[in-house]
Structure formats: C-alpha cells, structure tokens
Design a protein around this ligand. Structure first.
Ligand SMILES: NC(=O)c1ccc[n+]([C@@H]2O[C@H](COP(=O)([O-])OP(=O)(O)OC[C@H]3O[C@@H](n4cnc5c(N)ncnc54)[C@H](O)[C@@H]3O)[C@@H](O)[C@H]2O)c1
Length: 718
C-alpha cells in the first residue's frame, strides 16, 4: 500500500489528513502545506486532539490507527518553540504541557492497535507522540531520527516523554537520551527497543498494516521491568540516579538547571501513576520554561535559526556555484580545511611547498574523520572515498577547475599577497579566492588581486572539525554575490557563518583580546594563575585565560596582541608577561610548558614554576567576582565599540560569534545578552570604577555604551 493512494481526506482536520479504509484509520502529518518540517503548533495540536476524540468515538468500529507522514524527511519535528517562548508564567507553561499530555493520553488509551510509522525527523513532542502509540516503526532512511532534545533548551520534555520513555526502554537508556538530548537513528532505535521494527520508507505503512495491527496494549514487559527495578530494587534505582547526577554535574559543572530538574522529576516519580507523574512533569516544565536560563538557551536557538538564511545585501549577478575546492597550505588549518571540503564532496586540491607538509595535512584530514568512523556515522568505504577525493600537489595543475580557494599559508602579508597574485593567474575569473588569515587586513590582501570583488576573508577556528564558527570578512571592493555565495557555502559545510567588516582581529579575536590582556595584568598584580583560571571557569568559560593562552601558543598570542595594539591603540596594550614567557621558551602546550606544564599526552599536570618566577608581585587575593568583572567588562566595552564601528550589525552577531567561536557560556545567552540582563547602566558604572582604579585606557568606557545608558536602552534594543 502506498500512502499516495489515500486521497479522500476528512475536511474537518486541516493540517492532518484523516481517512478510514477497511476499519483502519490512516492519519498523515504534514498535510496541506509546502513546508519541509511539521511542527506541533497550535493548529496541528488542535487537529490532533480532534482526531484523538474521533478515534475514541469510533473505537468500536476501528481495528487500528496508523500514523504516517506526507513529508519527504519529517514525521514531527517537535513543539513550536515560539509557543514556548511566548509563555510568561510557570502556570502558562504547566497548562501548555498539560494540554499536550491530555491529547497523548487519549491516544495511549485507545483500545485498538496504534502505530507510529516514523520516517524523517521525529524529535521532542514528535517522539513523545510516538511513545503514546503502542507500536513504533522507524524507516531505515538516513533522515530518520528520534530523540528528546528539550534539555538543550533548558527544558524537560513536557508531553509525557519522561514518563513513557523509561517505561519503554528502561531507566538507564532513557536517562541517557533525555539528559543528553542526543538523537537516535533507526538501527540504535531498534537495538534499544524504542522501535519495534525498521522498514524501508516506501514499505513502512504497508508493513504496519500487514504485520503490526496486533498489539492492543502497551508492551507489558517494559512496564514490568521498570516496576521491578523501582520496587524490588530500590538500591539499584538509587545507584542509577546518583551516577547520572554525578555525571551531569561533571559535564555541566552544575551550571545547568534542567538536567537536575529532570533527574529529580524522574526519580521522585518512578513509582507514581500516570496522572500524578504527568502533573509533576508539567509543573517542572512550567518552572523551567520561564527560567532565565531556558530563555537564554531559547534565544540562542532563535539566533541560530535566523542565521540559517542569508539576510545581507544582494547583488544582481548570478551566485557562483562552489563545487570544486582547493586549499593552499597543508598545515594545522589547511589539513582541517581539506577535510571539510572533502566531507562536503568538493574533491579538494591541497597544495603545499613540499610532500612532507602534504603528508602531514593528509594525516590531519584522516584524523578528523576518526570520530565519525568510531561512532559508525561513516563507513570504511565512504572514508576511503572521501580521503581519495583529496588531491595533494605542489603545483597549480587543475586550478582552472577550482570554484573556491581557501588560503591557509603562513601569516605574512607580503608572502600572502604575492601568492594571491600568482594563484589568481591559474584560476577562472568567476572563481572565489579567500584567506583564512587570522589577523592580517583583508582590505590590503584584496589589493593584490586583479579581481578583488571575488575575494574575501574566510576565518576558521582551530580545530576546524570541532569549531562551528566561520567569520566571513568583507572589504570595500567585495561583491555581494561573493559574500552570499560564501555564506551559503559555510551553511552547506554545517558551520555557523557571521559576516564581519574588516578590522584588526575581526570580531572574535578582537573581543577575546581584552580577556587575555587583562589576565596578564591581573597576574602581574599578584593574582594567582589558579585563582584567575578558576574564576573564569566558574563564570562558565570553557577554560581560563592561562589555559587558553597555552592552547593558542604564547608566541602566537604575542604576535596577535602586537597587531591589535598597533591597530586599536592603547586600550589594547598587553602586559609584558607573555613576551617574557615566549623568550624563555614557555610557548604553551606545544612546548610542554607555558602557564601549565603538560604531560606526554598533552594533559596539564600543574602550574609551571618557571612562569611563576617571572612574576615578582606579592600574592594578591582578589574576590572571584572582581576577577570575573576585570576580564568580562572590557570584552563588553570592546563589543560596544565594534557595534559603533559597524564591524557587525547587531548584538546577536557578537553573541553568536562568541558562543560558537570561543564557547562563551551558552546558559548566559551570550556576552551582550548577559550585559543586558545586568543592565548597561551597572556595566558602565563598573567600567568607570575600573577606569579610575585600574587603568584609564583599558577601561575607557565606549561612547556606544554611554549612549545606551543615556537613552535608557539596551544592546538588543539599539
Ligand atoms: N593555527 C590556528 O589556530 C589558526 C586559526 C585561524 C587561522 N589561522 C591562520 O591560518 C593560516 C595558516 O595557519 P596554520 O596554523 O595552519 O599554519 P601552519 O604553519 O601549520 O601551516 C602553514 C602551511 O603553509 C605552507 N606554505 C607556506 N607557504 C606556502 C605557499 N606559498 N604555498 C603553499 N603552501 C605554503 C607551509 O609549508 C605549511 O605547511 C595562517 O594565516 C594563520 O594565521 C591559524
């Protein structure tokens, strides 16, 4: 049977098709619209509720209900996040959750077989809906995934997911899925018992009809195993939950409320019946959905959704098609870029000066695939094919076929300029040339080219396969089509683009600069490396400035700091500490000694006494909050100057850049959202205090910040 044969839809339901044939109800999601995804918005929920009532009313006539999708790659993508974002009170949130729970309860209570034929994306509310059906079938299509990602938005699944999932797959597996928000493919779904069976997408509905219209009750064995575990083995239950709590605290350092609330709700409700459990779940959902933390995470979700579509200036010309790639340089960045290009099927050329360098680059590319190979997300054949698609060479042969070139050679303006003018001769007029330079002027590099309109900066972060952000750096002669094509390409490469005007340090490194510079001054004042790094990680930064400098390389940091000082003036001056360390050979992780010393595996094994000896100041005890403010406030001040100069257009660009570029703590919603939540007036007052007590240049308040305060407005409102 093919779902296309179902044509006589019931007119009462607008968004969901409903048709009864031979006593079986066929209910199709994603009906009557041309969107690629189906979300559980108000209309869909209303239809689903009405259908649940219809099925209940017809229970004597029906022998089963089969739920399927009309979409190519989506079953149900989950609840409409804007509904959640609109919730203003805990009671609103709890009521919203209860409304969904009631619909899914009705589905669960139907006395005949109910089958969810899951094909495509099925997340959040979609998975919770499927769990209310007696049988779940998954298609073996690549697009088919299930999961409960609510925790990533600082939420608990609120439509019965935390009640039904452990009853289907057991507490430990359910905790793993709910606490991580991970997605499960069909193979894993079957293994866990989430899916009863897996079929090709073309046959899934037919198989449901032929083989699965049998299960009239939820699978008893899972319920029994849960009850067994809960009742007869209280100790095992305690161990499972306490281990999960321990692992959550280790991973999140206690910054995130949602996973802990999920654990409390699930543990305290293990023995509860459905209605009392679900009201606890709804209550917990209500509390979390209006929490500042969840609102911050929702804010990031909306920012990342917005970024998925280019919204900058458009040109009149056709957008260049970027099919074939090339990378100049096979070093740390070049190897990563060649990996990325091979991963998005661009059959890249990797060019370096000699074969030794190329071998290293190729090794780097292969290493970047190892995670996907290990997790079986990539087959050995696909790995071989992708690696074979990288052509290593020392000359320019084949460059006439290249559509996108990314340069990642040594950071030297004169060398880069001469390499650009040479390379351009081998490339077509319509090809794009980009530079991954981290601190050199894109405007000046563009001047070396005959076709500057086809050139831009494309700044990746290290390591390329892990870091999601890519800065697209514009200059006065770049064509809008170039920027738009690069933007679309970055999205295609599954990275997050941010468009930045040229300027010293572009966006992320420029805002990172005061964080690292202030760290040097604090150490010179006598604050210990430990107090400094601890204060920053306790703020939520992924690592403290000493560790970060060691990762970046102290010599690199000295070089970049000089460029920023030259470009931005005295507010960007740095302490002399890094230069002294570089002189001593304390270059950070790469030399096994920096602020920390490192073992053979590259793990920090205590502080470097030698670096400590370079600091003469007596030990100074400073409060954690003061240390945090000393490093965070000048970042906010620099971001204000960046907005004033139009380096980026909006506060959201700064926040996305810092979250995805340096891991600024997501639960704070971003640097400027944090500043807004504190209040620009308080931020300004604190900067003025440091201007007087610490340094008049480094803490000179930005005019933009003063104007915000004068106009009683905020970064996100300006
Ligand atoms: N390493 C980082 O963390 C990082 C991050 C972002 C951007 N960048 C920038 O990326 C670029 C490359 O940095 P890296 O860390 O990969 O450097 P690297 O020293 O690891 O590699 C540079 C490679 O370029 C090769 N090379 C030099 N001249 C060449 C030429 N004319 N043609 C072809 N190959 C040539 C070298 O042989 C070397 O293999 C620099 O501009 C750097 O500022 C680096």
């Amino acid at each position: 049977m093919n779902t296309a044969t179902i044509k006589q839809y019931d007119e009462r339901f607008k968004n969901i098709s409903y048709e009864v044939m031979d006593g079986v109800a066929f209910i199709g999601f994603g009906h009557n619209n041309d969107k690629s995804m189906t979300v559980l918005n108000e209309e869909t929920l209303r239809d689903l509720d009405a259908i649940a009532d219809e099925l209940t009313a017809k229970k004597k006539e029906l022998s089963g209900a089969i739920f399927f999708t009309h979409k190519e790659r989506c079953f149900l993508a989950g609840a409409d996040i804007s509904l959640i974002a609109a919730m203003k009170t805990e009671a609103d949130g709890a009521r919203g959750a209860e409304a969904g729970q009631m619909i899914f309860n009705k589905i669960e209570d139907l006395p005949f077989p109910t089958i969810a034929c899951v094909h495509g994306v099925c997340l959040g509310g979609g998975t919770e809906f499927s769990l209310s059906c007696k049988t779940i079938l998954m298609s073996d299509d690549k697009s088919t995934i299930m999961g409960l990602p609510e925790v990533k938005l600082g939420l608990i699944p609120g439509f019965g997911g935390t009640y039904r999932l452990p009853r289907r797959i057991g507490i430990p597996n359910a905790l793993d899925i709910i606490l991580t928000g991970k997605t499960i493919n069909a193979r894993k779904g079957k293994k866990l018992g989430l899916a009863d069976e897996v079929y090709p997408k073309e046959r899934i509905v037919q198989m449901a009809l032929e083989k699965h219209l049998t299960k009239k009750k939820a699978d008893a064995s899972f319920k029994e195993s849960l009850t067994d575990l809960a009742q007869s083995n209280i100790i095992s239950r305690k161990i499972i939950f306490s281990k999960a709590r321990e692992s959550v605290l280790k991973k999140t350092k206690g910054f995130y409320q949602a996973p802990l609330k999920i654990l409390d709700t699930m543990e305290s409700g293990t023995l509860s019946g459905r209605s009392s459990y679900l009201s606890r779940e709804a209550q917990a959902f209500g509390e979390l959905c209006v929490s500042e933390q969840s609102k911050n995470l929702q804010h990031i979700y909306f920012m990342t959704e917005k970024v998925k579509k280019y919204s900058g200036p458009k040109g009149e010309g056709e957008l260049p098609q970027l099919d074939r790639g090339a990378c100049l340089g096979a070093g740390t960045m070049g190897g990563g870029i060649a990996w990325l290009m091979s991963n998005v099927s661009m059959a890249p050329i990797m060019k370096d000066l000699n074969t030794d360098a190329l071998e290293l680059g190729l090794k780097q590319a292969a290493n970047n695939y190892s995670g996907a190979l290990k997790r079986k997300r990539l087959s050995a054949e696909d790995f071989e094919r992708k690696m074979r698609s990288i052509t290593c060479q020392t000359d320019y042969s084949g460059f006439e076929k290249v559509d996108l070139l990314i340069e990642a050679i040594i950071e030297d303006m004169n060398i880069k300029k001469s390499v650009f003018s040479e390379t351009e001769k081998y490339m077509r007029d319509d090809a794009l040339i980009t530079s991954n330079a981290s601190s050199l002027s894109v405007e000046e590099m563009a001047s070396a080219l005959e076709r500057p309109e086809r050139f831009a900066g494309l700044h990746f972060f290290n390591p390329v396969h892990m870091m999601p952000l890519v800065e697209i750096i514009t200059h006065s002669k770049v064509a809008p089509e170039t920027v738009e094509a690069l933007y679309n390409w970055v999205l295609r490469a599954k990275k997050t683009p941010v468009v930045v005007k040229d300027g010293p340090g572009f966006l992320v490194n420029r805002i990172l600069m005061p964080f690292l510079n202030e760290a040097g001054f604090l150490l010179e004042e006598g604050v210990s490396m430990k107090d400094l790094d601890d204060a920053c990680t306790n703020f939520g930064m992924p690592m403290g400035p000493c560790r970060l400098l060691d990762e970046v390389g102290i010599d690199v940091a000295v070089k970049v700091a000089k460029i920023l000082h030259d470009g931005l003036g005295d507010r960007a001056k740095s302490s002399s500490l890094s230069a002294k360390m570089a002189e001593k050979g304390y270059l950070g992780k790469k030399s096994s000694k920096g602020f920390y010393i490192y073992d053979e595996k590259g793990k920090p094994a205590g502080f470097n006494e030698g670096a400590q000896k370079l600091l003469n100041a007596p030990k100074k005890v400073m409060s954690e909050t003061e240390i945090q403010m000393r490093v965070i406030l000048p970042m906010i001040n620099e971001a204000a100057i960046i907005l004033d100069e139009g380096i980026v257009d909006h506060a959201a660009d700064v926040d996305l850049g810092l979250i995805f570029g340096i891991g600024f703590p997501p639960f704070r919603g971003g640097l400027l959202r944090y500043a807004d939540s504190e209040g620009p007036d308080r931020i300004l007052a604190a900067i003025e205090k440091f201007e007087k007590s610490v340094d008049k240049d480094r803490y000179k308040p930005a005019d933009f910040l003063r104007k915000l305060v004068e106009n009683k407005t905020k970064f996100y409102e300006a």
